[in-house]
Design a protein around this ligand. Sequence first.
Ligand code: AVI
Length: 319
Amino acid sequence: MNVHVSAPADKRHSIDPAFARDAVRGLSAEHKSLPPKYFYDERGSDLFEKITRLPEYYPTRTELSILQERGDEIVAAMPKDAALVEFGAGSTAKARLLLAHRRIAAYVPVDISGAFLTRQAEALKNDLPHLAVHPVIADFTHPFMLPREVASLPKAGFFPGSTIGNFEPEDACAFLTIARHILGPGATFIVGVDLEKDDRTLQAAYNDEAGITSRFNKNVLFRINCELDGDFDISRFSHRAIYNRAAHRIEMHLVSLAPQTVHLLGHDIAFRAGESIHTESSYKYSVAHFQELARCAGWMPDKVWTDARRMFSVHALRA
Ligand code: AVI
């Protein structure tokens, strides 16, 4: 499809062309969708941070407990004196649990947000002066170069948070393949993966009582209004998260509460009452199913750690 984007003259300077193209394309499709990466501006990242502390949202605290309790075994599964390469390093809180074991020689946080990354790296250097820290500003879903300072060190990748679950399975396989090439032969990859479980626990985690997930979901419309000069009436959309068991995924949607037309960059986007925008999929895996995905990407499943209730898993893969 050819997407034509015309911005009003006074907005032209501030529009991100990739966001404009993805928004127009996704909202003009028969089944409307928006890529989940657009949740995460400052406000969205702040809302996500709040989600991780909600009583219903079990993944973050469960993964932290696994890293805390099994950190020594997880670090022992890595090559000795490795460079730990974190793909999409958010707060570094999880990496710190591994770095505390002092068997890791260098830390390479990789993130698109340069300012945030530099602040985190400085704080880490202060707290762990023995550790070499070499941040890389890059989109970790595309091939990037590791810093030459870690060229001679063995590598361990780290991808916590079940962010892998937000990729479509074929994109997850492509990402795991890219990561294997970046990390190179002999590397280990530590990946956090949310596990399949009962519908009630899953639905509650994405439909919290305080309504934070709803605000997080609607943030993408807020951004379209602010950054792309859209005119969404956000109060006329409702948050919906359902578990699609056949597809093994939580689906987040924004559902139009009435027939309405939204205007965006010269396009009229018509909604029927009840029509939805699919904004995120969060795939849930069994241990065996994730190991199969890893094998498809050329990794050898090595070890796996789960919590006692088998809510979440941390995998060690070998190149
Ligand atoms: C970042 N990611 C792993 C979260 C998830 O659970 O899929 C994003 C999220 N969406 C709603 N709540 C949290």
